[in-house]
Design a protein around this ligand. Sequence first.
Ligand code: HEC
Ligand code: HEC
Ligand code: HEC
Ligand code: HEC
Length: 220
Amino acid sequence: MNSHPQEPDRSKRVPSAVPTRAAALMVAIFLGLAVFFRADPVGQGPALDAIPPDDPAFASTLPARKARTEMTFDGAPCKSCHEGTEAIQGSPVEKGVFHDKIALKHGRNKHCFNCHHRLQPANFSDFDGSSIKLADVQLLCAKCHGTTFRDWESGAHGRRAGYWDASQGKFKTLVCIACHDPHWPVFKPLRAAAAPHVNPRTRKAAGAPAHGEPAEGGRR
Ligand code: HEC
Ligand code: HEC
Ligand code: HEC
Ligand code: HEC
């Protein structure tokens, strides 16, 4: 005797189709809702803000500043005023009128001659008074920022580009002063790009913008 229950005969099952009328009703309801939301007769939400086009500078891959390649001041080489036979005089802190455009904001490092060479105005000064050329300016920074310099040498600090795989080609490094202004090395706050759209109604719910701040997701 066969103990297995009999397989149901699928071919004879009645297909459980949705009744045609109900289907038509559902389609009609969805179309109605689409028209309702499109026309928005209740809310009449405010128009979306126009997002100002991004500054093309945001897409720039250039370093933060242009590294100087020669030591000049107002187009004149340093030695046109500083002869170099005598140590430059003057109080480094209370600097005079000539270089007063230089804002020296380098923490406790506030003496011109911590960096500049007293006898060779176009060069920089190492620990022992020997000179460092502009082309090797990272050695000047290394004198006080040893750990950052080590990171930079190994590629962990500063932006390294070119090839990682030495068999393919060389890597490129950017020198410290291509990013940091030596006189004011901390980065100034960056300007943000325009925010994306938010639903203008939720923006209203977020309340008035705080002083000087754009409203949530909105612009001033
Ligand atoms: C047009 C003339 C002129 C040129 C060019 C010039 N300097 Fe000077 N510099 C002066 C004078 C004048 C002083 C004396 C103090 C002052 O008025 O700032 C001075 C002072 C200095 C000092 C000492 C800080 C102080 O104020 O005592 C440093 C460092 C210095 N200069 C660096 C340079 C370097 C580096 C260059 C080249 C990139 C340069 N200067 C080019 C005129 C010049
Ligand atoms: C942290 C080291 C450091 C200190 C401190 C420093 N400088 Fe400089 N300075 C540099 C370097 C590096 C350059 C060349 C690179 C550059 O300009 O980007 C330079 C460039 C200059 C130049 C030529 C470029 C320009 O901006 O006109 C002048 C002039 C100058 N320094 C004067 C001074 C004077 C005056 C002081 C003191 C008030 C001073 N520096 C302090 C590192 C320093
Ligand atoms: C004579 C020593 C000395 C030299 C040379 C020097 N620095 Fe500095 N640097 C300092 C000191 C001191 C500070 C401030 C640290 C503090 O006040 O906490 C500082 C601060 C900085 C900061 C900000 C660090 C922070 O944590 O916010 C940067 C960036 C920097 N230096 C970059 C440079 C670069 C680039 C050079 C080479 C052009 C350079 N420094 C050369 C002594 C030096
Ligand atoms: C490609 C750009 C770039 C180069 C090249 C670069 N830095 Fe920086 N550095 C930065 C940025 C970005 C920061 C973070 C700054 C901030 O938060 O304000 C920074 C931070 C620092 C600080 C602060 C402490 C830290 O480690 O975060 C020091 C000191 C410093 N740099 C020194 C140097 C020295 C010295 C060199 C060259 C040997 C160098 N930098 C090269 C971009 C650069």
